[in-house]
Design a protein around this ligand. Sequence first.
Ligand code: ATP
Length: 420
Amino acid sequence: MNAEINLAEKLGQKLPPQLVDFLQLAGRKAADRREKAYIVGGVVRDLLLGLDNYDIDLTVEGDAVALARYLMGSASDRITIHKQFNTAKIRWHDWNIDFVTARSETYASPGALPEITPSTLEADLKRRDFTINAMAIGLSGKSYGMLYDPCNGKRDLADKKIRILHDASFIDDSTRIWRGLRYEQRFGFELEPHTLQLLQRDIPMLDAISGERICYEIDCIFKEQYPEKVFKRADRLGVLNRFHPGVKFDMHTEERFSQARERCCPDSPSTLLYWLLLTYDLDIETKEAMISRLRLPKLIAQPLRDCSAVKDRLSLLAAPEIKPGEIYHLLFGYSLQAVLANIIATETEESRAALCLYMEKLHGVKAIITGSDLLEMGVTQGPLLKKMLGAILDARLNGKASSREDEIAIVRKMQAEGSK
Ligand code: ATP
């Protein structure tokens, strides 16, 4: 394996000193155990690109969990062990460092999760998705800082190319299709021609991937700075249609994504908001089919439904002279992210104004008087009590009550009317 480039100086320049101390310690402790530890994957790639990335993944030729335990000694409360995957995560100051045993993988069938066997660094790097992610930096002994690059990832970084490691890569795991598009668009790289050809050939393999794994990749795209770039490319290549038939990425959706960023600035839009905007033009039947096919969790599925329900109310919300109380009743109970998606996507100013009023003010409005106050005031449990609470809330929403006294006056008036 070629190991001629030393990145020790770059590590020192790019990573926080306490993190470098930790990595050196990890390398020494691995050597104590006659094992070798390496930084792998995204951090190596980003270090070579000059980008900040402190999400350290360590690969251990040996036993990653035992090394993590040995390293932390009595501070075992800072280690989380995932027995099922034989991995460990260490919390060190503000950072999480993942420890994984070097492994090779075999795929029993396309799209299935791989069978894993402990192995060497080289085999571990060769099971990875793309050459630019298949590099490592040594941490133990004389190899500290050495670049391990068996698949020529550094060359592809310089040439701005995304390249898979073997021709069956997308067949083994077609989530790599989404990952490839994500890296291509994030870095402004290109899928090299043979990789692109295989990607296009293997698009149908995406149907073999579980909904959960597809959703994970889609969420990763939503966390990118410009997710629309990935979806536009995916649409052109016919990948988006495999995500779910009928999902398109047109100019409107692109514009909505950029508006979402403007509205949420300085924060990033939530991944949920992007889900709602990506699927905004789908009818509810198509959304339901997508929810079942991808087994979307309730936290996404319900807001997707809410978004359609709010969209169906847009013309009512645009009615001239609509009262705040009416807006409240049309929208109450729906997810605020679904309201926000409609603010971004609606083309009518009047409905947007109503949605904004709800989002900024009305949804948080509450009466001061409660049901138990009413009981104390002699109102009996039943429909009248409910009606009174509704009337008080409406008065609040419509600006007719602004204090407890105003609310009491409404109750008294209704009691007086009731006894006539
Ligand atoms: P990002 O900057 O997107 O987080 P990353 O490279 O850190 O990039 P992770 O998803 O955290 O990405 O994965 C860590 C490493 O694991 C990758 O760099 C890659 O080497 C490998 N990897 C992740 N997913 C796959 C996959 N589906 N097939 C093969 N290798 C993968």
